[in-house]
Design a protein around this ligand. Structure first.
Ligand SMILES: Nc1ncnc2c1ncn2[C@@H]1O[C@H](COP(=O)(O)OP(=O)(O)OP(=O)(O)O)[C@@H](O)[C@H]1O
Ligand SMILES: [Mg+2]
Length: 323
């Protein structure tokens, strides 16, 4: 095929005049039908990358091809093949969901006699049929994100860009969106480039993950491969009393490297899982009173921590605490 549904970038850079080098020379290759999760904290360069790949912002340097077309020199061809739900959703509060979709169908030049049916089909698919004739200003955040996704799909794009599609959504809306995105990739073969601050989202949904920090890709691979690279699990202990923390730290740090923990004290075990029994014995010998002891297999947060020295969790990156 001459124009595969891939995304390629080479040494892509975007520098803002009075700002930082938001994207600092990244290489990307996303295969057709793949879900690529672009994970990173606030200000990492995720949206800037998406804006360049969707032709909305010219790169300062480097090249990118989307659907086989150059984002700078073949903008119209790129735009005809992609759908995008950007971080700043452009919805009109005074229009209904159905009106948005019909307008989008007209803007995308769908034949007049197909527009209404396409709108109905998409409303159904994202679960907005019942709310279709309500004005968007009365929609919840999750409903707006779903309408946004439906609008991005109107012209049956082969490549889909989603910029933080689930930020701020409750667990139920998030899961519903995940299953729809998964279906698009698995059943329709749509290539999906999705940015997220949620580790769990990248882990569950993405075939491959790129971790971006300060405009650089610091790690890339399947979630399993990235986690396997870290290898050793962590053990996390919570003291039952208010002053048990120092004591726990003293014992645990003998068994590996301390890592950030929101609840108690955590250490990456030098000896791996096998070290757990020794930890328990040492805690016992020291007379520590432990309220909770957990063994965690490596997570994508451990990967992030290992690559950047910082934790994504607790910075809006924890899926259990949406901002
Ligand atoms: N138009 C602009 N002018 C100047 N600086 C900008 C502009 N847009 C983005 N930046 C800066 O570029 C960096 C990357 O921003 P970007 O929006 O790409 O981050 P992000 O990873 O999408 O973050 P978030 O998770 O908060 O959406 C930030 O430091 C930001 O302040
Ligand atoms: Mg962003």
């Amino acid at each position: 095929m001459d124009h595969p549904n891939t995304i390629e970038a080479e040494k892509l850079v975007r520098e803002f005049k009075k700002g930082p080098r938001a994207v600092d020379g990244i290489d990307l290759h996303v295969d057709a039908g793949e879900i690529y999760g672009f994970l990173g904290p606030n200000g990492a360069g995720k949206s800037t990358t998406v804006l360049m790949l969707t032709t909305l912002l010219p790169p300062t340097a480097g090249t990118a091809r989307v659907g086989g077309y150059d984002v700078v020199h073949e903008g119209p061809q790129v735009r005809s093949r992609i759908g995008a739900a950007l971080q700043e959703a452009a919805l009109d509060g005074l229009m209904t969901g159905r009106e948005h979709l019909r307008l989008q169908a007209a803007l995308q030049a769908l034949p007049r006699n197909e527009r209404a049916a396409r709108a109905d089909e998409l409303l159904e698919r994202v679960g907005l049929t019942e709310a279709a004739d309500r004005k968007v200003r009365g929609y919840s955040g999750g409903m707006k994100r779903r309408l946004d996704l439906a609008m991005a799909l109107v012209h049956r794009p082969r490549i889909l860009f989603l910029d933080e599609p689930t930020t701020g959504l409750d667990v139920q809306s998030r899961t519903a969106l995940w299953s729809e995105v998964g279906r698009l990739a698995r059943e329709d073969g749509v290539t999906v480039f999705l940015t997220t601050q949620y580790l769990e989202e990248a882990d569950v949904l993405a075939d491959r993950v790129g971790i971006i920090d300060h405009g650089h890709i610091v790690a890339e691979g399947t979630p399993d491969a990235l986690k396997a690279e870290i290898g050793r699990p962590t053990v996390e202990a919570t003291a039952s009393g208010p002053d048990g923390r120092a004591e726990l730290t003293e014992v645990l740090e003998r068994f590996g490297t301390l890592v950030p923990s929101s609840r108690g004290v955590a250490v990456r075990l030098d000896a791996g899982e096998a070290g757990l029994a020794d930890v328990v014995r040492a805690l016992d010998a020291k007379g520590c009173s432990v309220a909770n002891l957990e063994l965690h297999q490596p997570s994508l947060d451990d990967v992030f921590l290992a690559k950047t020295g910082r934790s994504l969790e607790g910075h809006g990156g924890d899926a259990s605490e949406p901002e």
